[in-house]
Design a protein around this ligand. Structure first.
Ligand SMILES: Nc1ncnc2c1ncn2[C@@H]1O[C@H](COP(=O)(O)OP(=O)(O)OP(=O)(O)O)[C@@H](O)[C@H]1O
Length: 150
């Protein structure tokens, strides 16, 4: 089953948008398989944004991502990588469509609330970077156990 990595960035956590963001992906029908509130180390932030290492905004981006707790998540479902990117909206919230998370809640490119993997291969790399396999749940056996018990 397809999986994607997403992170509610420190601005989203500070603004109290965690519940709203989780609600949107749950309501859409995707399945949450990993979730943790954490402070990000400089090392992890730099690895995550490695492709942007040479960009002028890189130091500020790393500083921001490590500035407060963020919510790291893994979601599962058919087409979840592309669909989540659509639900998140364009990188610059001022250009993001209303109805998207960035379009509804943001105005600043440097404070754009949420990250979502941009491709299936990127998602695999990011999930492995942020989560150990023990931190990810498998829903199927749990559902089967519940059926057997009831
Ligand atoms: N010109 C910029 N100035 C400041 N920050 C920027 C700029 N461009 C990108 N960023 C920051 O770097 C992040 C990564 O940029 P990228 O082009 O990968 O966008 P994205 O894929 O929409 O965002 P993310 O990777 O966070 O999901 C952006 O989310 C944004 O926070």
């Amino acid at each position: 089953m397809e999986r994607t990595f997403m992170a509610i960035k420190p601005d989203g956590v500070q603004r109290g948008l965690v519940g709203e963001i989780l609600r949107r992906f749950e309501a859409k029908g995707f399945t949450l398989v990993g979730l943790k509130l954490m402070h990000v180390s400089k090392e992890l932030a730099e690895k995550h944004y490695d492709v942007h290492r040479e960009r002028p905004f890189f130091p500020g981006l790393v500083e921001f991502i490590t500035s407060g707790p963020l919510v790291a998540m893994v979601w599962e479902g058919d087409g979840v990588v592309a669909s989540a990117r659509k639900m998140i909206g364009a990188t610059n919230p001022l250009s993001a469509e209303p109805g998207t998370i960035r379009g509804d809640f943001g105005i600043s490119i440097g404070r754009n609330l949420i990250h979502g993997s941009d491709a299936i291969e990127t998602a695999q790399r990011e999930i492995a970077l942020w989560f150990s396999s023990e931190e990810l749940v498998s829903w199927q056996p749990a559902a089967v156990a519940w059926l057997v018990e009831s």
